[in-house]
Design a protein around this ligand. Structure first.
Ligand SMILES: Cc1ncc(C[n+]2csc(CCOP(=O)(O)OP(=O)(O)O)c2C)c(N)n1
Ligand SMILES: [Mg+2]
Length: 705
C-alpha cells in the first residue's frame, strides 16, 4: 500500500508556546485544557469515585492531539476514515468524556442515525458513573458515541489499537485505487504505566513492530505512579529502549505541559513511514493539587474540596465554580477539531461518490462492510458433507468451510497463534498479512494468544470479520478479550481446536476440561461445539450470521464420523442450539445428549440400545447459548419435562449439565484432568466407550423409575 496519509498541515510553530509549568498564559487553548481538568475533578468529586489525576495530567496532550492532529468530524463520528483515538487507560475516562463534550461530538444511535443530542452533554458529565448514564466508570463502546472501544482492563486498548491499525492498512490495500484514497487513517492511543506493564500490550507492540505499522501511535503517560505508589516498586525498565527493540520509533517529551514539544513528537510520528511510534510523555499526575500532585493519592477517589480548590487556584480558575465550561473554550476547541475534520470528511464523501461511479463493485463492498454485512450469496458457498463412517475431524471440516467461503467473504480475515497447520484456519493460496502485504488475509499472530484476541477485537471495531485460531486449552490465555468482545457485542469468531482429551498423547496440559464451562459462562458469547462435519458448516454459518455476538467455535482434533442426515435429522437444527437428532418409535425411555466428538458415540449407543429394545432419543446440543434463546414450547419438545431419565456425554467437565439432565439424570464427563496416552486408551479410562455409555444409560433409567 502506498502511504497516502495527509501531511501535517499545522506546523508546530503555530502553537501557542507555553513555558513548562506556567499555567496561566491566558490563551483559549489553556482555558480548554483547564476546563478538561476541572470537569474531571468536579465529576469525580460529585460521583465520589473515579480517577481525576490522569485526566488532569494528560489534558494538554489530549487537547493538542485533538485540536491539531486528529482527523475527526464531531458531526459525523462514524466517518469510516476518521483517525481513531483509544484511551487504553480507561480509568481516565473523564478525559475522554470531557473531550467528547468540548468537541461537540454528536450522538448517533445503533442504526447510525443522529439523535440530535450531544454524545456527552454537561448533564451527562454531572451523571458520571451513575446508573444508565452515558458516562460509565470506564468508557463503554456502544454506550457512548465517540468511544471507539471499551477500555478499563489495562493493556486491552493497546491490543485493540494494533487490530485497528492492521484493519486500516488492510482496508487501504484492498479498496484504495489511483485517485481514491479511501482508507488512510491513523490510530492514536493514550496508555499508562499499567498498560505497558501488561503482557498483552507487550505482545501487541511486538507484532506491531514486526508489521511496521506506520499508522499507529501510542502516547505513554510516564508519570511514575501506579496505585500502590511509585513505579519503582515494580517497574523500572527503560520502556523506550524496549520499544526500540520491538522496532518502534520512540520520542520522549520531558513535560506533558510542553505542548510544543508534544506537537513536535506528533510531527515525528506523521513523518515516520516505516514503523509505529511511541511517544513517552513525562507527566505529573493530579497536576495542580496542593498535596496530592505527583503522588498515588491523585490516581483515584474524590480528591476533596480543599485539593480541588487548590488546584483550581493554581490554574487561575474561579475556586467556587463547578462544572464550569467557558463558552469560548468549547467554541475554540470544537471549531479546531471540526475545522480540520469536517472538510476532510466532506472531501472523503465526494471521493466516495466518484469511487462509486468508477468502482461500483468495490463501493458496494465498502457499503456492506460498513453495515457489518458480508456480500450477498456467501451462504451459497457453504459446503455439505457426505455420510462417512470414518469421517473427518471437525477442525478439518472447519478448514474446508473457511476455504469454501473465503472468496465470497473477502473481509473474513484471520489466522492462528502459530498453529494454523493444526487449527486449519489458513485460506489456501492466499497471501499472508505481512508488512509488505497489508492486504493479505492469513494473519500470523505469532504465539501471542492474548494479543490475538485483543487485536481481533480491534479489527472487528474497524469493519473486518476477524477470526482467530489456537488450541482450546489456550482459550484461558484469551479470556479477557473474549469477554470484552462479548461486552462490546463484536462478532469476532474465536476458533478453538483440539477440544478435549481427544488431544491424546499431549496429555493433561493440552487437554481442555473446564474450558467449555468457562466459555459457556460468558454472557453473550455463543459457544458452539459441532458434532460432525455438517454441524461444523452450520456452526460457521451461524457465527457469520451473528452481528452482535462473538462466537467460540469448538472443533475436534480427531476424526468424527459424518452422520447420515438422511437417516438422522438435518444439521440445520444447530441453528436452534439443540435439536432431536434421532428418536424412538413412541415415547422415549431416556434422552441421550451429546455434543462434539461425543455425538456419534451417543448415536451409536442409541442404535445399540434400540437393538436391545430400549427406546431412546438423541439430542444434539452444540450451543447452549442458542438453545436458551428458544421458547419454552421448543425446549419442552426437545426435553419433555416428564422424561427424567437423561444422560449427557461430553469430554469436558460436568459443570452446568445439571441444567439439562436434571436431578434424576447423569453425565459421562470429566471430573479430573486427562492423561498422556493414545486416544483409545483415554476413552477407555474415562468411560467414553459404547459399553459404558449404554451401561450408564440403563442405570439412569433404573434410577429414574
Ligand atoms: C488488567 C488490570 N489490572 C488492574 C487494574 C486496576 N487498576 C486500575 S488503574 C491501575 C494502575 C494505575 O497505574 P497507571 O496505569 O500508571 O495509571 P495512572 O494512575 O498513572 O493513571 C490498576 C492496577 C485494571 N484496571 N486492569
Ligand atoms: Mg502511572
Amino acid at each position: 500500500m502506498t502511504d497516502t496519509r495527509a501531511p501535517n498541515t499545522l506546523a508546530s510553530a503555530t502553537l501557542t508556546p507555553y513555558a513548562p509549568h506556567v499555567r496561566e498564559d491566558g490563551s483559549v487553548q489553556r482555558l480548554a485544557i483547564d476546563t478538561i481538568r476541572t470537569l474531571a475533578m468536579d465529576a469525580v468529586q460529585k460521583a465520589n469515585s473515579g480517577h481525576p489525576g490522569t485526566p488532569m495530567a494528560l489534558a494538554p496532550v489530549a487537547h493538542t492531539l485533538w485540536s491539531r492532529y486528529l482527523r475527526y468530524d464531531p458531526a459525523t463520528p462514524d466517518w469510516p476514515n476518521r483517525d481513531r483515538f483509544v484511551l487504553s487507560c480507561g480509568h481516565a475516562s473523564m478525559l475522554l468524556y470531557a473531550l467528547l463534550h468540548l468537541a461537540g461530538v454528536e450522538e448517533i444511535d445503533a442504526d447510525g442515525k443522529k439523535t440530535g443530542a450531544p454524545a456527552v452533554s454537561l448533564d451527562d458529565i454531572k451523571q458520571f458513573r451513575q446508573m444508565d448514564s452515558k458516562t460509565a466508570g470506564h468508557p463503554e463502546y456502544r454506550m457512548t458515541t465517540g468511544v471507539e472501544t471499551t477500555t478499563g482492563p489495562l493493556g486491552q486498548g493497546c491490543g485493540n489499537s494494533v487490530g485497528m491499525a492492521i484493519a486500516a492498512r488492510w482496508l487501504g490495500a484492498t479498496f484504495n485505487r489511483d485517485g481514491f484514497d479511501l482508507f488512510d487513517h491513523d490510530v492514536y492511543v493514550l496508555c499508562s504505566d499499567g498498560d505497558l506493564m501488561e503482557g498483552v500490550a507487550s505482545e501487541a507492540a511486538s507484532i506491531a513492530g514486526h508489521l511496521k505499522l506506520p499508522n499507529l501511535c501510542w502516547i505513554y503517560d510516564s508519570n511514575h505512579i501506579t496505585i500502590e505508589g511509585e513505579t519503582d516498586l515494580a517497574f523500572d525498565e527503560d520502556v523506550a529502549k524496549r520499544f526500540e527493540a520491538y522496532g518502534w520509533q520512540t520520542v520522549t517529551v520531558e513535560d506533558a505541559e510542553d505542548v510544543v514539544a508534544f506537537a513536535k513528537a506528533l510531527d515525528v510520528f506523521k513523518a515516520t513511514q516505516d514503523k509505529p511510534t511511541l511517544i513517552v510523555v513525562k507527566s505529573v499526575i493530579g497536576i495542580g493539587f496542593p498535596t496530592r500532585a505527583g503522588t498515588h493519592k491523585a490516581h483515584s477517589d474524590a480528591p476533596g474540596e480543599e485539593e480541588i480548590r487548590g488546584a483550581k487556584k493554581s490554574y487561575g480558575w474561579p475556586e467556587d465554580a463547578q462544572f464550569l465550561v467557558p463558552e469560548e473554550a468549547k467554541a475554540a476547541f470544537s471549531e479546531a477539531v471540526a475545522g480540520r475534520g469536517q472538510p476532510l470528511r466532506e472531501e472523503w464523501e465526494a471521493t466516495f461518490a466518484r469511487y462509486r461511479e468508477a468502482h461500483p463493485d468495490l463501493a458496494e463492498a465498502v457499503e456492506a462492510l460498513r453495515q457489518g454485512k458480508l456480500p450477498d450469496g456467501w451462504q451459497e458457498a457453504l459446503p455439505t458433507f457426505e455420510p462417512d463412517a470414518k469421517g473427518i475431524a471437525s477442525r478439518e471440516a472447519s478448514g474446508k468451510v473457511i476455504n469454501a467461503i473465503a472468496t465470497k467473504a473477502p473481509w473474513l480475515v484471520g489466522g492462528a497463534a502459530d498453529l494454523s497447520p493444526s487449527t486449519k484456519t489458513d485460506v489456501k493460496d492466499a497471501p499472508s498479512l505481512e508488512a509488505q502485504t497489508p492486504g493479505g488475509r492469513n494473519m500470523h499472530f505469532g504465539i501471542r494468544e492474548h494479543a490475538m484476541g485483543s487485536i481481533a477485537n480491534g479489527m472487528a471495531l474497524s469493519y473486518l470479520r476477524p477470526y482467530t485460531g489456537t488450541f482450546m486449552v489456550f482459550s484461558d490465555y484469551m479470556r479477557p478479550p473474549i469477554r470484552l468482545a462479548a461486552i462490546m457485542e463484536l462478532p469476532v469468531i474465536f476458533v478453538f481446536t483440539h477440544d478435549s482429551i481427544g488431544v491424546g498423547e499431549d496429555g493433561p496440559t493440552h487437554q481442555p476440561i473446564e474450558h467449555l464451562a468457562a466459555l459457556r459462562a460468558i454472557p453473550g458469547l455463543d459457544t458452539i461445539r459441532p458434532g460432525d462435519a455438517n454441524e461444523a458448516a452450520v456452526a460457521w454459518k451461524v457465527a457469520l450470521t451473528h452481528t452482535h455476538e462473538p462466537t467460540a467455535l469448538i472443533f475436534s482434533r480427531q476424526a468424527i464420523p459424518t452422520l447420515d442426515r438422511g437417516q438422522y435429522a438435518s444439521a440445520d437444527g444447530l441453528e436452534k442450539g439443540g435439536y432431536v437428532l434421532a428418536d424412538s418409535d413412541g415415547e422415549p425411555e431416556i434422552i441421550l445428549i451429546g455434543t462434539g466428538s461425543e455425538l456419534p458415540l451417543v448415536v451409536a449407543a442409541h442404535e445399540k440400545l434400540k437393538g436391545e429394545g430400549v427406546k431412546s432419543r438423541v439430542v444434539s446440543l452444540p450451543s447452549w447459548y442458542l438453545f436458551e434463546k428458544q421458547d419454552r414450547a421448543y425446549h419442552d419438545s426437545v426435553f419433555p419435562p416428564h422424561i427424567r431419565a437423561r444422560l449427557a456425554v461430553e469430554q469436558g467437565g460436568a459443570l452446568g449439565w445439571d441444567r439439562y439432565v436434571g436431578h434424576d439424570g447423569a453425565t459421562v464427563t470429566m471430573s479430573t484432568f486427562g492423561a498422556s496416552a493414545p486416544l483409545a486408551k483415554l476413552q477407555e479410562k474415562f468411560g467414553f466407550t459404547l459399553d459404558n455409555i449404554c451401561k450408564v444409560a440403563r442405570d439412569v433409567m433404573e434410577n429414574a423409575r
